[in-house]
Design a protein around this ligand. Structure first.
Ligand SMILES: Nc1ncnc2c1ncn2[C@@H]1O[C@H](COP(=O)(O)OP(=O)(O)OP(=O)(O)O)[C@@H](O)[C@H]1O
Length: 585
C-alpha cells in the first residue's frame, strides 16, 4: 500500500512538472542567477571577516576602504539579482500555470452535462483558477526558495567545514534534522488543505448561483435564507481553513525551536574557541553571520513545506478534474451528407438518473426537408429529446441517426456545424452585438446578418441600438426583452445555415402580431433544412409535415399532420377541434 501511494505521488508530480517543460530556457537562466546570488551572499560575511581582522590588526586605511567598497558593490549586485530572480520566478510559474488553467477550462467545456449539472459555475471557477493559483504560488516560490535554499545551505556548510570542524558538524546536524523532519511531515497538511479548498469552492458556488438568480432571490424575499446559508458556508471555510493552517505551521514552529538550540550551541562553541585563541574575532563574526544565514533557507524550506501542502491539494483537485473523462466520446466520422438532413430515432430510451426513465422506446423518422412538430404536456420529455439529439447527454439504448449516420460515430464539431438549436433561454456574451449574433465567427458578413435580422424582425431593434451591430452587449441577457431574446436566438441559429434545426418553443414569448410575422420568416428560412419544432401552441405547427405527440416520455401518436387532422379520433384532431391549447401547456 505505501508503495502504491509513493508511485501515485510520483505520477502526480511528473504530471505537474510537464507544465514547466516549455519554460525550461527561462528556468535555466533562473538557476544560474540563483547560483550567482547565493555566491554573493556567501562572499559578504567573508569580506566583513577580513575587514574586522584587518582593523583589529591595525591594517592600513586604504585596504579597509577597499573592503568596504567591495562589500557595498556585492550588496547592491545581490539585491539587483534578487529582484531579477523574483521576477523570473513569478514569470515562469505564471507561464506554466496559465497553460494548466487553459487545459482545465478546455477540458471543463468539453465535459458532459451530467457532470455540469452536479457542479455550480462558482465551484468550477474555484477549480480552474483558485486551485491553480495555489500551484502557481508554490511554483514561483518553490523554484526560487527551495532550490536557492539548498544551494545556500550547501555553500554555508561547505565554508564552515573550512573554518571550524566541530561547529560545522553541529550546524550540519541541525540542518539535516530540520530537513528530515520537514520531509517526514510534508504531507500532513494536504488532506486538511484539500478540505479547505472544497469548502471555499462551495462558498463560491453559492455566491455565484445566488447572484445569477438575483431577480428570483429579491422577488421571493429569499435574502435572509441566502445569508443564512452563506454564513454556514463561511463558517465551514473558517473552521477548515483554521485547521489546515494550524497543521501546516507545525514544520515552521519546529524549525524555529531547533534553530534556537543550534544557535546557542554554535555561539557557545565559537566563544570557547575564540577565548582559547583558536579563532580570530573576524572568524567568530563569520561563524555568527553564517549561523544566522542558516536560518533563512531553513525557514524558507519550512514555508515551502506549507505551500507545498496547499499546492499539493490544489494539484490533486486539478488532476482529478483533468482526468475526469467526459461520457460523451467523439466519433470518427468527419462529415454529414450535404443538403437537408433526415432524422431517425430507433428504439431510443433515455434517463437523466438511472432510476427515472424520461424517454421510452422512441421511434420515428423525419425525411430530409420535412418539418416535424412535437407536442406534449409539460414534462413529457420534449426538450430532453432535443438535448439527446445534440449529444448533450448519452442515451441509455437505441440509435439516433442524422443524415443516416449514427450520431455517436460522428465527430462532435461535425454534428454542431450542421445541426442548430434554439432553446428557451438565450445566453448573451460580453462582446459586440455582431459577435453575439455570429458567436464570434468573423466569416459571417454584416450583409448576411442584416438580411437575416430583417427577415426575423429584429432589424428595428438593432437599428435602435446606439452603435448598431457594434453596440457592446453585457453578459447575462438583461438588455433584451424575453421576446427579443427569442428573435435573437433564431437569428443566431439561422446565420449558421443549419441543415437540421430544432426550435424549442420558438415563439412562446411573442405577441400575436410578432408571432405571425416570425412564422412567415421561419417558414422561409426553413425551406432549405429539416425542422423540428417543439410547440405549446398548435398555430405554430400549421406548416408542419408530421406531428409527434409525446406523453410521459412515450410517443402516443406520430403521423402526417394532414392525415392526423382528418382522423377524428386522433389526439391531434381532438386538440384542433377543442382548441384547448391548455391541454398542451
Ligand atoms: N437536467 C435534468 N436532470 C434530471 N431530470 C431532468 C432534467 N431536465 C429535465 N428533467 C426531467 O425530465 C422530464 C422531462 O423534461 P423535459 O424538459 O424534457 O420536458 P418538456 O416536455 O420539454 O417540458 P416543458 O414543456 O415544460 O419544456 C421532467 O420530468 C424533468 O423533471
Amino acid at each position: 500500500m505505501p508503495k502504491a501511494k509513493t508511485k501515485e505521488k510520483q505520477i502526480s508530480m511528473t504530471w505537474l512538472f510537464q507544465y514547466l517543460r516549455p519554460v525550461k530556457g527561462r528556468l535555466a537562466i533562473l538557476l544560474i542567477m540563483l547560483l550567482v546570488s547565493t555566491g554573493l551572499q556567501l562572499i559578504s560575511p567573508q569580506i566583513i571577516k577580513r575587514f574586522i581582522d584587518t582593523a583589529a590588526a591595525g591594517g592600513v586605511l586604504t585596504t579597509l576602504i577597499q573592503l568596504a567598497g567591495l562589500f557595498l558593490i556585492v550588496a547592491v549586485l545581490n539585491q539587483v539579482i534578487t529582484v531579477a530572480v523574483s521576477y523570473l520566478g513569478n514569470d515562469v510559474s505564471w507561464r506554466a500555470t496559465n497553460r494548466l488553467r487553459g487545459d482545465l477550462l478546455k477540458h471543463c467545456l468539453r465535459l458532459d452535462m451530467r457532470f455540469h449539472n452536479m457542479k455550480t459555475p462558482g465551484e468550477m471557477i474555484e477549480r480552474v483558477d483558485g486551485d491553480v493559483t495555489s500551484i502557481s504560488n508554490f511554483f514561483s516560490m518553490f523554484i526560487v526558495q527551495v532550490i536557492g535554499s539548498f544551494v545556500l545551505l550547501a555553500g554555508i556548510l561547505g565554508f564552515m567545514f573550512t573554518v571550524n570542524l566541530p561547529i560545522a558538524i553541529v550546524m550540519t546536524v541541525f540542518t539535516l534534522v530540520s530537513i528530515l523532519f520537514m520531509v517526514f511531515i510534508r504531507d500532513l497538511g494536504v488532506a486538511p488543505s484539500k478540505d479547505e479548498r472544497e469548502a471555499s469552492a462551495s462558498l463560491f458556488g453559492l455566491i455565484e448561483e445566488r447572484i445569477a438568480g438575483i431577480e428570483d432571490v429579491q422577488a421571493n424575499g429569499n435574502v435572509p435564507y441566502v445569508m443564512n446559508r452563506f454564513h454556514q458556508l463561511m463558517r465551514a471555510v473558517f473552521l477548515k481553513g483554521r485547521k489546515a493552517w494550524m497543521i501546516r505551521v507545525i514544520p515552521w514552529n519546529t524549525t524555529v525551536i531547533l534553530f534556537a538550540l543550534a544557535v546557542t550551541a554554535v555561539l557557545l562553541l565559537g566563544v570557547h574557541y575564540y577565548l582559547i585563541g583558536q579563532i580570530s574575532l573576524g572568524t567568530l563574526f563569520l561563524i555568527y553571520q553564517y549561523t544566522q544565514m542558516l536560518n533563512d533557507p531553513i525557514e524558507m524550506l519550512g514555508d515551502q513545506v506549507q505551500e507545498f501542502q496547499k499546492a499539493k491539494s490544489g494539484m490533486l483537485r486539478s488532476r482529478e478534474l483533468l482526468f475526469h473523462q467526459s461520457s460523451i466520446v467523439d466519433g470518427e466520422q468527419e462529415q454529414l451528407p450535404k443538403g437537408a438532413l433526415g432524422l431517425e430515432f430507433d428504439k431510443v430510451s433515455f434517463s437523466y438518473n438511472q432510476d427515472k426513465p424520461v424517454l421510452r422506446n422512441i421511434n420515428f423518422t423525419v425525411k430530409p426537408g420535412e418539418r416535424l412538430g412535437i407536442i406534449g404536456r409539460t414534462g413529457s420529455g420534449k426538450s430532453s429529446l432535443s438535448r439527446i439529439l445534440l449529444r448533450l447527454y448519452n442515451i441509455d439504448s437505441g440509435v439516433i441517426r442524422v443524415g443516416g449516420i449514427d450520431i455517436t460515430s460522428l465527430k462532435l464539431p461535425a454534428l454542431y456545424r450542421r445541426v442548430g438549436m434554439v432553446t428557451q433561454d438565450v445566453q448573451l456574451f460580453d462582446g459586440s452585438l455582431r459577435d453575439n449574433l455570429t458567436l464570434f465567427d468573423a466569416s459571417v458578413s454584416d450583409d448576411s446578418i442584416l438580411k437575416t435580422t430583417e427577415q426575423l424582425g429584429l432589424r428595428k431593434w438593432i437599428d435602435a441600438q446606439p452603435s448598431g451591430l457594434d453596440t457592446h452587449l453585457t453578459a447575462g441577457g438583461s438588455s433584451l426583452s424575453a421576446g427579443e431574446a427569442q428573435l435573437f436566438a433564431l437569428t443566431r441559429v439561422f446565420l449558421t445555415k443549419p441543415s437540421l434545426v430544432i426550435l424549442d418553443e420558438p415563439s412562446s414569448r411573442l405577441d400575436a402580431a410578432t408571432e405571425t410575422m416570425l412564422q412567415i420568416a421561419v417558414d422561409q428560412l426553413m425551406e432549405e433544412c429539416t425542422g423540428i419544432i417543439i410547440a405549446h401552441r398548435l398555430a405554430t405547427l400549421e406548416k408542419a409535415d408530421k406531428i409527434l405527440v409525446l406523453s410521459d416520455g412515450e410517443i402516443i401518436e406520430f403521423g402526417v399532420r394532414e392525415e392526423l387532422a382528418l382522423r377524428p379520433n386522433s389526439h391531434y384532431a381532438r386538440l384542433l377541434a377543442t382548441g384547448t391549447e391548455e391541454e398542451l401547456a
